[in-house]
Design a protein. Structure first.
Length: 106
């Protein structure tokens, strides 16, 4: 399992979110955290979903050596949300790399 590389990409993701001032100091409401829409898009911003749902869940899977997702598609959402902002293209690239890594044949 590609735990190390996944953890590195998650760290890159967090660092880039911070660099772009998209890292929040306030956790979304409990209601938002329980939203079941794709990417919780009806209750929070995409970057909040990444920070408060994706990153912690992925770190939990890595820390407990559970199976990582093998067919993910987060990059299309990143492209949709951030493609018009040139300064955020590094974030999109990180998601492209994460999707590719986790979707590779093992």
């Amino acid at each position: 399992m590609p735990y190390l590389k996944t953890a590195q990409l998650l760290n890159e993701l967090e660092n880039e979110l911070r660099l772009q001032s998209l890292w929040s100091s306030e956790k979304p409401s409990e209601e938002a955290m329980n939203d079941t829409s794709p990417f919780s898009c009806e209750a929070m911003s995409f970057e909040n979903w990444v920070q408060f749902i994706l990153i912690p869940k992925m770190h939990h899977l890595i820390d407990s050596t559970q199976s990582l997702p093998t067919n993910i598609a987060i990059a299309p959402m990143a492209h949709h949300v951030w493609s018009s902002k040139q300064s955020l293209h590094t974030l999109i690239l990180i998601f492209d790399n994460l999707d590719t890594l986790l979707s590779e044949q093992r």
